[in-house]
Design a protein around this ligand. Sequence first.
Ligand code: CA
Ligand code: CA
Length: 364
Amino acid sequence: MGRGSLALLGFVAGCTDAPDMPPLPHSVSIVLETDDEQVVSLLAAVEPNDRGRLDVRVSEGVVLPGGGRVVLVTPAHGGWAVGGALTGRRVPLSLPTSAWRLARVRGGHLWFSGDEGLQRCEMATSTCLPTGELPPGPEVQAAGPELGFRVTLDDDGNVFVLLPHHDGAGAGERVASDVRRIVSVRWLVDAPEPRIQEYLDRTFRGRADFLAPDLDVVVDGRLSEWGEIEPAVVDAPWQAEVRDGWNGPDDASFSAALAVDGDALCVAGRLRDDRRLDGDAVVLSLEGELFTVPVARHSATTSVRAEWFGWRYEACLPGLAAEIDEDTPIVLSYRDADGQGLASVIATSPSIGRWAVGRVERLP
Ligand SMILES: [Ca+2]
Ligand SMILES: [Ca+2]
């Protein structure tokens, strides 16, 4: 099943590459320092012809995918260390983590800042020396940026990625908030080798943001009124809360879009499940509070309608619209009961921390 087939529409108008459009890079890797001094790595696959959107994934710490390897910058025995993710080899730097924060990655060098100034470390030799200034950032690599790709941090701490098919409109797509600085940006031109892709799939978890426009919703399982509202599609290993508990899109996958109707927050999408049981539910987590939408049958607030590969569901939750302001933390999950043991869960943001949670914003 293709990624787009859980979209609300059968065919979604995608961006059309102009004949002379150069190939897109495969992905962009961004390392950020958040407002609360955590370091977070993002990985966004740039997928042409898939609604022109970025799939943003998140990992803790500094994970730097490159052509043939993945470099990790991690604490080890109280000090910083640099090494390869696949080799397990770590080389310690002479900088205690209590005194130095990673400030920039550029080429083969790392910059750390602390009360005692700045240090510049060479990855190859693991030697660190005091230095006078931080190089300008973010780092930009490969052909992408010259062709209209850009990563920016605005004054409000939002990071945006601009792609050519955004047609230069605004700053592009927001991929992170509550950011103090961008430590590193790398454009990966080619698809990673399979063993590296496998590592990245295991390490990075999904994260999706939503916009909730005003909409007149009729809860009947017909989704025509949802028009071109973009759903999040959840059907990949990096969207499973526990990867071993999920057997692929046929076991469970779903899409979800949000809208506001009066005082209600409405959710709709498509659903696949090989065994649909009473415990199956779409679960909405709004600022950490859980709201369950059972989807095994109709209810007063939910409509479920079979279609050729699964179901369409549609529900409105009264009173929840007031909970949404411009940046409300949100996760939409599908709890797949399957009858044995614990339910498996797939989610728009299978959280590994506060900053890995998606956000919802009301469209004016
Ligand atoms: Ca409807
Ligand atoms: Ca299932």
